[in-house]
Write a protein of this length. Structure first.
Ligand SMILES: [Zn+2]
Length: 351
């Protein structure tokens, strides 16, 4: 993204889109009193988050026994109820489906490739499904501190071992097919990128026409195979992000607020919720709703407007798809593919 002389002035920035991840599939119900378990509680949590200012809901689903659901029928049930309760909210289904170990001694792992493909067939259709690009280590233990997990199931060494070795699976053969299926179903991918090499792979896919839609990205700074917390890495990622993309910052633990505060100042977007942290910046427990409220307060302090749900849909370009590589590159404000015989940087066409 280009930063011009006036890019940090809030009136020139897109309004702030707040994603919330309030379901926290890695936690068990006893880990916090802010973990909705029954279907009613899960739907009510979406309503509360919406009322607090979140416009994108990152969805995982629990079974009645509190375990993360791996059944697509359960997702369908919840999506139908969410469409009634928060009709305009952008519903973003987490592409792992669920990654919690089934029992002690089990590995933490994402649902298998074929099951994850089934997310393209969810009904009612969600607005988005998150998509990782390239298989990566997803060691969520690396950046978590003792304070982050105090009083939770994560103090169990067997569980720590299970999460340390977790992988986010997305081989090229899988993600190319998955993007194709989501596109065909009219579901927008929300790309979850842990570093620049994943962004580069995604750009190559766009240049080859594998994906021809709006480019909505989460910069996933959770360490353990993904980016860490060096602000310069986040800034470089923002610098390398195409001008026409929408970039959201996601991290974990007590880093969520400082990283998101930088994001708000820069004109980027934020993600909060108990999937990312049980704690506020003061080290005390903070509910998903309290985390949203804090983002709204920080945005106000910086004079950055918070997007309404209609505005968030416009910023994310929900429902938009393009027909060609050229149109996509133009809309994303990327330079065109190199015409044969042209030297130097290919020039954008003047409309
Ligand atoms: Zn998730």
């Amino acid at each position: 993204m280009h930063f011009m002389d006036d890019s940090l002035l809030p009136e020139n920035q897109e309004k702030l889109v707040i994603q919330v991840a309030p379901y926290g599939p890695q936690w068990i119900p006893g880990d916090s009193d802010d973990i909705p378990v029954t279907m009613d509680e899960q739907v009510q949590k979406a309503v509360d988050c919406y009322n607090a200012g979140a416009t994108v809901l990152h969805v995982h689903v629990r079974e009645e026994d509190g375990k993360g659901s791996k059944r697509l029928s359960k997702f369908n049930e919840m999506l139908a109820l969410l469409r009634e309760a928060v009709p305009k909210m952008i519903l973003q289904v987490g592409g792992s489906i669920s990654f919690a170990p089934e029992s002690d001694g089990e590995m933490a792992r994402w649902a298998n490739d074929d099951t994850r493909h089934m997310l393209a067939e969810l009904s009612p259709r969600p607005d988005q499904v998150t998509v990782a690009i390239n298989t990566g280590q997803m060691n969520v233990m690396e950046l978590l501190t003792e304070a982050d997990i105090a009083g939770t199931s994560f103090m169990n060494p067997a569980l720590q071992a299970a999460y340390r070795d977790m992988i986010s699976p997305s081989n090229p053969s899988w993600h190319v097919e998955h993007i194709r299926r989501l596109f065909a179903a009219g579901i927008q991918p929300q790309f979850m990128l842990g570093n620049l090499t994943q962004l580069e792979t995604l750009e190559r896919l766009i240049r080859k026409g594998v994906y021809t839609g709006p480019l909505n990205l989460n910069y996933v700074a959770i360490g353990g195979g993904a980016a860490g917390l060096h602000p310069a890495d986040m800034l470089e990622f923002a610098r390398r992000t195409p001008d026409g993309a929408v970039l959201t910052i996601e991290t974990l633990g007590r880093n969520v607020v400082p990283m998101n505060t930088m994001a708000i100042a820069l004109g980027l977007h934020v993600r909060v919720g108990i999937e990312d942290t049980l704690l506020g910046p003061d080290g005390k427990r903070a509910t998903s709703v309290q985390q949203i409220e804090q983002m709204v307060r920080i945005a106000r302090e910086l004079n950055r407007d918070v997007a309404s749900v209609e505005e968030a849909r416009g910023i994310y370009q929900i429902g938009t798809q393009w027909k060609s590589v050229e149109e996509t590159l133009d809309k994303l404000r990327m330079v065109p593919n190199r015409p044969t015989d042209q030297r130097g940087v290919p020039a954008r066409k003047v409309a």
